[in-house]
Design a protein around this ligand. Structure first.
Ligand SMILES: NC(=O)c1ccc[n+]([C@@H]2O[C@H](COP(=O)([O-])OP(=O)(O)OC[C@H]3O[C@@H](n4cnc5c(N)ncnc54)[C@H](O)[C@@H]3O)[C@@H](O)[C@H]2O)c1
Length: 278
């Protein structure tokens, strides 16, 4: 029988950081494709709104207040998924925080610990308890949210850069160790996405224009554009992919050392709308 790989009917999908932004967009996309959802987040009000959105699209959905940096909370989240739905098929470990850019030599120890606790240890704790369940139940698919900051540093973000590099390492390690169990573990690495995490961009005059100018597509991603890759990686279309990181950044990380077009001796190939007609 042919089944549509992006049909998640009957599948149970756990999402952390599902209250807003990328996590909410993923929740809605999974709900539209028949998944049963469990959302874990520290933001209870917005998390329950995501659950309402999923339910309004006909999906079963549940919210569990969860701080991913606390092992007891993560245990309770996974147990709630299995207890409520009887299984756990997919997980999107997406909860994350970032702090104001701060030079490393001025970074308070607390700021470092705060980001590492959520963005790196949180992913470790989620993996640990999701994998424990999936090894007993014949497989699964997991996606962790990293960042392009997990591949190339962003200025002043040493805590976040270190944590996101760690997420790539955890993804490779878990991908390798659990491939034989039928569990695939991958990561998505977004560039600039328009979410509450990046809303402060609007407070700095000229920053949005600066960032757009540095983006080959001249715009941030919409959260839905990250969610699409998450669904793909959780689906059977990606059945031979594990331990990998998928960059979703509108081409930003392939700009090279000298962004933009170099001066040329002729007027050809200058860019969109400027090249010679062919
Ligand atoms: N927005 C971007 O430009 C961008 C770029 C690359 C990576 N990311 C990553 O994407 C992920 C989602 O971020 P977003 O952009 O959607 O921002 P967001 O702020 O909308 O979402 C982050 C979510 O994580 C939740 N959260 C924070 N601390 C938590 C904790 N301790 N336990 C559980 N939940 C917690 C928040 O309440 C929120 O719902 C993060 O991991 C972030 O680092 C974002």
């Amino acid at each position: 029988m042919h089944t549509e790989p992006l049909d998640f009917s009957g599948k149970v999908v756990l999402i952390t950081g599902g209250a807003t932004g990328i996590g909410r967009a993923a929740a809605v996309a999974f709900a539209d494709r028949g998944a049963r959802l469990i959302i874990g987040d520290v933001n209870e009000a917005q998390g329950r709104l995501t659950v309402g959105l999923a339910q309004s699209r006909g999906a079963e959905a549940l919210f569990v207040p969860t701080d991913v940096s606390k092992e007891g909370d993560v245990v309770a989240l996974v147990e709630a998924a299995v207890g409520t739905y009887g299984q756990l098929d997919c997980a999107f470990n997406n909860a994350g925080v970032a702090t104001e850019p701060t030079p490393l030599h001025e970074m308070d120890e607390r700021l470092f610990d705060q980001v590492v606790a959520v963005d790196l240890k949180g992913v470790f704790l989620c993996l640990k308890h999701e994998l424990a369940h999936m090894t007993r139940n014949g497989g699964g698919a997991i996606v962790n949210t990293a960042s392009v900051a997990g591949l190339v540093p962003e200025p002043g973000m040493s805590n976040y850069v270190a944590a996101k590099h760690g997420v790539l390492g955890l993804t490779k390690a878990a991908g390798l160790d659990y491939a034989a169990w039928g569990i695939r573990v991958n990561a998505v690495a977004p560039g600039w996405v328009e979410t509450p995490m990046t809303s402060a961009v609007e407070n700095v005059p000229g920053l949005r224009q600066f960032l757009c100018a540095g983006s080959p597509m001249h715009r941030p991603a919409r959260p839905e554009e990250i969610a699409g890759t998450v669904l793909y990686l959780c689906s059977d279309y990606a059945s031979y992919i594990t331990g990998q990181t998928f960059i979703v950044d509108g081409g930003q990380s392939v700009r090279g050392l000298f962004p933009g077009s170099p001066p040329r001796s002729t007027a050809t190939s200058a860019g969109p709308g400027q090249g010679a007609a062919r």
